[in-house]
Write a protein that binds this ligand. Structure first.
Ligand code: OGA
Ligand code: MN
Length: 218
């Protein structure tokens, strides 16, 4: 189609990090589901994982509940960070959140073991506002977004170590998100073998919630 003005393959199927069910979904969610590969330098990845490792190691992986959204994980809510990590989190805040958005504090840290995965869910609107931003460490993974009303509309995000993803607006409210288990971990045709993955997740507060206050009941 060169020279004909036709759509490029990239426009049809997405970028190297975002794939979608159709060009309309991709274009509608262009600013709502964003992946920034290489957001962290290797040194920054190291900084975060070295700081998190001792805190995570103290906890056990959980498998318990058959109906739980997350399997094979351990997690922590972290509010005290080294200066180097605070600088990284500040960069996340500037990249992902608007000046009017207040962030939920502490930051959520989730450690998925190689067999661990996250089932499709929409983050509770009681605890989380319009924007979710996550850094991925250690292992690549695939995040799938599926429209809650029209499941034929979907996106796949390839989350390499050091990448930042941002879900906001429609991508956060109208689509479920999940992290695929190893057996299902494909980005299109491409197999993405899963290892242990740590994510550092920043969320905005629901509108009308004061920082430092417990989230409103319902
Ligand atoms: C969650 C979640 C995604 C991630 O904890 O609600 O969707 O990147 N986590 O770990
Ligand atoms: Mn979630």
């Amino acid at each position: 189609m060169a020279g004909s003005g036709g759509l490029s393959l990239r426009t049809l199927t997405g970028s190297g990090w975002v794939r979608g069910s159709c060009p309309a979904v991709l274009s509608r969610l262009k600013n709502a589901a964003v992946v920034r590969p290489g957001f962290l330098s290797k040194a920054e990845e190291e900084t975060l994982s070295c700081e998190l490792e001792p805190e995570l190691r103290r906890r056990r992986y959980e498998y318990d509940h058959w109906d739980a959204a997350i399997h094979g994980f351990r997690e922590t809510e972290k509010s005290r960070w080294s200066e180097a990590s605070r600088n990284i989190l500040q960069r996340v805040q500037s990249a992902a959140f608007g000046p009017g958005q207040t962030l939920l504090s502490p930051v959520h840290v989730l450690d998925l073991e190689p067999r661990g995965y996250i089932k499709p869910h929409v983050d509770s609107v009681k605890f989380c506002g319009a924007t979710i931003a996550g850094l991925s460490l250690l292992s690549p993974s695939v995040m799938r977004l599926v429209h809650t009303q029209e499941p034929e509309q979907w996106l796949e995000l390839l989350l390499e170590p050091g990448s930042l993803y941002i879900l906001r607006g429609a991508a956060r409210y109208d689509f479920s998100h999940e992290i695929l288990r190893d057996e299902e971990s494909f980005f299109g045709e491409r197999r993405i073998p899963r290892g242990r993955r740590i994510s550092v997740i920043c969320r905005s507060l629901p509108e009308g919630t004061e920082p430092g206050q417990p989230p409103r009941a319902c």
